[in-house]
Design a protein around this ligand. Structure first.
Ligand code: THG
Length: 367
């Protein structure tokens, strides 16, 4: 396979050197930053993640900070989810749309103070978007990328490990709760969050000079918990039905189509970007959907570009993601399809590079 070019145009995470030292073998580019996604043995990373604990460099989940007298108003204008009940020290998973109601991101939004927010973003240029909306709307708020880089600690032993490092108080931090902390003088925000269903924390390092130091402290303390290096795990996240923004859907999809409709508050008072378009879409009825699939045939290693999905010889959409699931011991996948005439149980045909296979629509989350 081709290699990836390492150079100055794409940014390096504060943990980059540590991940290379730890043996990272595969990187992707996310928010203009290298992000390690494998250390050579996905099954070892899977068992560490589901049975012990993993350390993930997810600094590429960049933050967009919004701070100032009108920060709350601007953040709410950008977010389809009603944030009015979100308290300081809590976070919300909150879809963002453009004016056409297309999903442009699915950030975790941390409320650091009444007038200070971090949008912890998926892979799209929300910094430019937020600055433009702020500037054009004359909001009294500053919008910038702060020095804040999440280090994921995920897996059943994550809580014991983070408690050993930071203190037993972290055990009382609720899901999506967060607090400032320091370890050996290294400043961070610790949040109970992460892109797996195995439990864990994200340590948002706020001094990027200390990336290797933080990595090493976690690594050394993690030895007795069976820590392994890893990255957002493509099999576990499909099993857990976590949306991968941009991978699971085309870029003109709306939050209803990708399955985030429950996080869109069309009946709340706030007027967010895309609200009128989403009301119109709701009234028209949904035509497309992100669906779960069971796929027959040989183990699927990767879907490197979407496979056409057919029903009675007609294209009804595409298979976006397919994996051999260790948990369900079969191929599972995510399709994005026209739903007219398709229900749970409908058998589609997936046209992969190695020939057609049967793809049966199943409910999400997988079971
Ligand atoms: N961590 C941080 N920022 C991120 C991600 C992350 N930004 C981009 C991307 N990942 C956002 N994607 C998700 C998807 C799901 C969840 C978190 C981030 C998640 N979902 C809860 C669940 O599935 O149980 C439900 C949350 C809710 O409904 O409120 O946690 O990984 N920092």
């Amino acid at each position: 396979m081709p290699e990836i070019g390492i150079g100055a145009r794409v940014r390096k995470s504060p943990f980059f050197d540590a991940t290379v030292e730890a043996g990272a073998t595969m990187f992707t580019i996310y928010n203009h930053m290298y992000m390690p996604i494998s250390y050579g043995d996905p099954m070892r990373e899977y068992s560490a993640l589901t049975e012990r604990v993993c350390i993930w460099d997810v600094a590429a989940e960049r933050q967009v900070e919004i701070v100032g007298p009108q920060a709350a108003e601007l953040t709410q204008r950008l977010s389809a989810r009603d944030l009015s009940k979100c308290k300081v020290g809590r976070a919300r998973y909150a879809p963002m749309c453009d004016h056409d109601g297309h999903l442009i991101n699915d950030p975790v939004i941390l409320k650091l103070a009444e007038d200070r927010f971090w949008l912890s973003i998926a892979d799209l240029d929300i910094l430019l978007w937020a600055k433009a909306v702020s500037g054009e709307g004359d909001y009294d708020a500053d919008v910038f990328e702060p020095d804040a880089s999440p280090l994921g600690i995920q897996g059943p032993n994550a809580e014991d490990l983070v408690a050993e490092l930071l203190g037993d108080w972290v055990r009382d931090v609720p899901f999506f709760g967060h607090a400032w902390a320091k370890l050996d003088g290294i400043p961070m925000v610790v949040c109970r969050s992460g892109w797996s269903h195995q439990g864990g924390f994200e340590l948002f390092l706020t001094n990027s000079d200390r990336g290797t130091d933080l990595w090493n402290l976690v690594w050394d303390a993690g030895q007795k918990y069976g820590i392994a290096p890893g990255g957002p795990h493509f099999q576990e996240r499909v099993e857990s039905d976590l949306l991968s923004f941009g991978a699971d859907h085309p870029l003109d999809a709306d939050p209803f189509e990708v399955g985030l409709g429950n996080l869109v508050d069309l009946d709340a008072a706030h007027d967010f970007i895309g609200k009128a378009a989403l009301i119109a879409k709701r009234d028209q009825g949904q035509r497309r959907a992100r669906v779960g699939l069971h796929l027959d045939g040989e183990p699927i290693l990767n879907v490197d570009s979407p496979w056409e999905l057919n029903l009675d010889g007609e294209s009804v959409g595409s298979l976006r993601v397919g994996v051999l699931s260790p948990k369900f011991e079969r191929n599972i996948g995510i399709g994005f399809i026209d739903i007219a005439g398709v229900q749970v149980g409908t058998e589609l045909v997936a046209l992969g590079p190695d020939g057609p296979r049967v793809a049966t629509v199943v409910p999400l989350p997988f079971s």
